[in-house]
Every structure is written in structure tokens, then in C-alpha cells.
Design a protein around this ligand. Structure first.
Ligand code: NDP
Length: 340
């Protein structure tokens, strides 16, 4: 074990705007030794997720930032290499949170054993993991789509949005997906069964959205903000529900206020007069629904109603560029790094 090296990617400095390669540092360290009660984990897959941009920044958030020099945070699927913990054996595959590194020591707390025969283990980071759960809990608890209603979601080919649209369909609603480019649009319409797919980069996107929602919008699952929200907002029906899940179009602004006219009074007047329910959430608050989600989602995958696409990048060293691409829409499906 001692001859092996642990490749780690640390935060070299805090990004100014969009992250660049120099914000990350790739280094080799000795593989850590597990003590009594601990286990050594070898990372097989690392999840890359938009929230990691927030961890690179000191802007006020719901979670602490990664410190300069520390390993970047992230969900992982790992294999137990050595175990001094009676609950785990060498060879077990677990869902862990080891971050951007090839090896990590764990005390076993918070690990979940995975059954490789039940589903490809990488799905524990996507459709059957945190992003899938975010879609499930946010849409069903806050969005509450009813049969015949119109549900709109952006970043619709991605880890969260793809699941939102498909669950909306399962619940009998009409799913309008918004994605970047013709390939992603074809995928959500033809492979995932969205009723309508719209490209947010089209110059007449706002008009296309209006035409696609002749009865207005009942649920808007907010993943992006920016110009997509601008187009959606006038179309929200009275009593529309807006689960605010993410605002990826603004993440590289680090929470800084943009200048411009004060549109808040007009916005709040619309919230009031149309009785809109705009509700932010972090998926952790719905943890008690995790077991129900895992059971239901596995059933939907088995009967073909829930499909998924993974964008698998090879090698830990490729993680920084892949993550930079995620914030620009270069991923196509749930972005994971195959580490080993
Ligand atoms: P995705 O796999 O969907 O990847 C991000 C996608 O966002 C890109 O592929 C791109 O899709 C789109 N995008 C990027 N920049 C912009 C932009 N400027 N304007 C419009 N679209 C953009 O990511 P996830 O599914 O993992 O995450 C989706 C959202 O959900 C994020 O905002 C994330 O932070 C949030 N989230 C929130 C959680 C919570 O607990 N609240 C938990 C998990 C995720 P395209 O090319 O189609 O535009």
C-alpha cells in the first residue's frame, strides 16, 4: 500500500468569475493508513455537481467553503480496500463523500453500501443519488404537479432536470423541457419523452416558450435563473408553484449584486397578485423521503418510465476541465469522473 500514491485535486485559489484550470492543483500524496475502526476507500467514481462552484467561494451559503489547499469536496462511489471496521469488508462498494481524490480514509459514518447487481454503481451519484432525489423531493413536495398541468424545467437533459420532467410525466402532467442545443433537445423529447423541448439559445426562445405553454405554466422547477426565468415568469399561472432548486446561470457571479433598475417592487407585485408560491430548498431538508425515493425510482427505472444518461469522463486529472465545462453546459447528462 505504501508504494501507492494518492492523486488529489485541491483548491489552489478562489475563482474570479468562471473557474479556470489554475484554480485547481493536482498533487500526489501518500495513501493514508486506516486506524482502528477505520477503512481505506479507493474511489471508483467522482460526481461533479454545480454546487461545487459555491464551495470554491467564500460568499455566504448554506455550507462551508473548501479552504485553499484542501481537497475539493464531492460525492464518490468507492471500493473498500482495507477495513478495520466490523461493518465493512474489503471489496464492498459504498456511496461516500471522499472528494476529488483517489483514496480516502473513513470511519464508516455516513457510508451506504451499494449492490452492484441492482444497478450500475455510478447511478448512486445521479439518477438514484442526490440529483435524482433533489428532483423527486423538490417536484413532488413543492411543485405538486397535477394531471394535465404544465411543468417547465431547464437544464432538462442534466442530472436533476431530466428526472423532474420524467416524474412530471409519470404524474400525468405535461413536461416542457429547456436545454442548450439541438442534440440535448432531441434527447429529452425522443429518449426521455418530454412533450416539448426548447433550446434556450434560440433568439426567439421567449416566444417559443409562450407558444409551447398555451395554458400558462403551473409548475416551474427553477434550475438556472437568468434569461430562462425572465421568459418563464410572465407565463406563470395564478397559484403556480416554483421550487427554486438552483441558479446555475448566476454561480460565477459569487453572489455579487448586479447593477440595474430596481425591479423588485414589480416582481413582488406579481407574486402577490398571482398568488405565486416561490420556495427555495436544499435537498437535505427532505432526507426523510430518501427511502421512498429509492424504492419508487428503482421501480420507475425497472419499468422503463425513468431513463438516464451519464456523461463519463476518464481519469481524476480530467475533473477540473470537466467541471469548468459543466458550468458552461458542455456536459450531456449526469457528469461523473471514472477514477478507477
Ligand atoms: P446539470 O447536469 O444539469 O448541468 C448543468 C447544466 O446547466 C448545463 O449542462 C447546462 O445545460 C445548464 N447551464 C449551465 N449554465 C447555464 C446558463 N448560464 N443558463 C442556462 N443554463 C445553464 O446539473 P444538475 O442537474 O446537477 O443541477 C441542476 C441545478 O440543480 C443546478 O442549479 C444545481 O445547483 C441544482 N441543484 C440543487 C440542489 C438542491 O438541493 N437545491 C441539489 C442538486 C442540484 P444546458 O446546456 O441544457 O443549458
Amino acid at each position: 500500500m505504501t508504494d501507492l500514491k494518492n492523486t488529489r485535486i485541491t483548491l489552489a485559489r478562489r475563482p474570479q468569475g468562471a473557474p479556470v484550470a489554475e484554480d485547481f492543483h493536482i498533487e500526489q500524496a501518500p495513501v493514508p493508513e486506516p486506524s482502528k475502526g477505520e477503512l481505506l476507500l479507493k474511489t471508483r467514481f467522482l460526481s461533479l455537481d454545480p454546487y461545487m462552484r459555491g464551495r470554491m467561494s467564500t460568499a455566504k451559503s448554506y455550507a462551508k467553503p473548501v479552504e485553499i489547499g484542501d481537497v475539493m469536496e464531492g460525492g464518490t462511489v468507492a471500493e473498500v480496500v482495507t477495513s478495520h471496521n466490523p461493518d465493512f469488508r474489503a471489496g464492498d462498494i459504498v456511496l461516500s463523500h471522499s472528494g476529488w481524490q483517489a483514496y480516502a480514509v473513513s470511519d464508516g459514518k455516513g457510508l451506504r453500501k451499494l449492490d452492484p447487481d441492482a444497478a450500475p454503481v455510478s447511478t448512486a451519484l445521479g439518477v438514484l443519488g442526490m440529483p435524482g432525489f433533489t428532483a423527486y423531493a423538490g417536484l413532488l413536495t413543492i411543485g405538486q404537479p397535477k394531471p394535465g398541468e404544465t411543468v417547465v424545467v431547464a437544464a432538462a437533459s442534466g442530472a436533476v432536470g431530466s428526472v423532474v420532467g420524467q416524474i412530471a410525466r409519470i404524474k400525468g402532467a405535461r413536461a416542457v423541457g429547456i436545454a442548450g442545443g439541438p442534440e440535448k433537445c432531441a434527447f429529452i423529447r425522443d429518449e426521455l419523452g418530454f412533450d416539448v423541448a426548447l433550446d434556450h439559445r434560440a433568439p426567439d426562445f421567449a416566444e417559443q416558450l409562450k407558444a409551447a405553454c398555451p395554458d400558462g405554466i403551473d409548475v416551474y422547477f427553477e434550475n438556472v435563473g437568468g434569461h430562462v426565468f425572465e421568459a418563464v415568469f410572465p407565463l406563470l399561472n395564478t397559484y403556480a408553484r416554483v421550487p427554486v432548486c438552483g441558479l446555475i446561470a448566476h454561480y460565477n457571479q459569487d453572489g455579487g449584486a448586479s447593477s440595474g433598475p430596481d425591479r423588485l417592487p414589480g416582481f413582488m407585485r406579481e407574486v402577490l397578485t398571482r398568488s405565486l408560491q416561490i420556495r427555495g430548498f436544499i435537498q437535505l431538508e427532505f432526507s426523510d423521503q430518501k427511502d421512498a425515493f429509492l424504492k419508487e425510482a428503482a421501480g420507475w427505472i425497472a419499468d422503463g418510465r425513468l431513463r438516464y444518461r451519464e456523461d463519463v469522463v476518464d481519469g481524476l486529472e480530467a475533473a477540473p476541465q470537466a467541471f469548468i465545462g459543466l458550468l458552461e453546459g458542455r456536459n450531456f447528462g449526469k457528469l461523473v469522473v471514472k477514477v478507477a
